[in-house]
Design a protein around this ligand. Sequence first.
Ligand code: BGC
Length: 329
Amino acid sequence: MDDRPPPSRHLGLDLGGTNIKWVVVERDGDDWRPLERDHVATPTADGPDAVLPRLVAVGAEALARCPGVGSVGIGVPGLYDPATGTTRFLVNFPGGWPGVPVAGAVGGALGLPAFLINDARAFGLAELRLGAGRGASSMIGLTLGTGIGGVIAMDGVVVQGHDGTAGEIGHQTIDPDGPWCGCGNRGCLEAFARADQIAAACGTSTAEEAVARARDGDGRAIEGLAQIGRYLGIGIANMIAVLSPDRIVIGGGIAAAADVLLVPIRDELRRRVRTTSLGAVELVTAELGTWAGAIGAAIHGAETAAAADHPAATGKGAAADRHASVGAR
Ligand code: BGC
């Protein structure tokens, strides 16, 4: 007799500065199938009092369109407290959102167990399970956009650290005397390579325009992107020295720029990596596009809810995450 659990449905919300994206995925054993998806604008400038109701409304619409959902995972663009489901610091959101009870508010209103995950870790989880990270023994991922997100996965598991902050690749120091980062440190990779820095380095008003100009052969844009690629290459070389990944996945809002960035990134890796063979390290672009974060948030919610139902099998992490959903049950 087949004793596998029946297929289940899970909602993922990806809170971005521009859009809130949602996806409902169906889990059938190890298979994850996105069923429905959509997005709405995020009223970021109006703060949590406007954004939380929007998240709830988006979630309610998703549940109406796709009934039978058992959990909700929410990707947030920054630091959060897994024990309480509150945000700690969203670097690129006005006011930084200290202490906002996102999991409790959304889960409580939707009547579902709710779990937070960092947006880049959600991206990585989705790419690992059903995208460009499949089959990797160890993977690192970067999301390029308003901020630089990061994720580390070892042996099929996204590494979270004790508080969900492991993998903040964008906040490693590249230059001790470099520009100030929104996080309060100087010289972070993000301070050199986030979208507005790409535009500044290329003399354009947006990163997208910089990429378009580089493709048209504009010398300043090509030079600017080479410089950004160099910084990214330094950051990735550091990760290779520490973690020896066999797959590096580049994604995020400006991943479309990957073709013009991969060349300078590879050049820098060849200059700096001395500990392992680059021949064994695949550098690839993400496969799931802009929906990866929402898909990964849904997977995180599903896996954490399942683990919380079996605390003996999973130990401390599940217990902490179960706490995050207290207000939601
Ligand atoms: C934040 C990360 C986040 C990334 C992408 C960075 O500024 O510190 O936590 O993943 O932006 O949103």
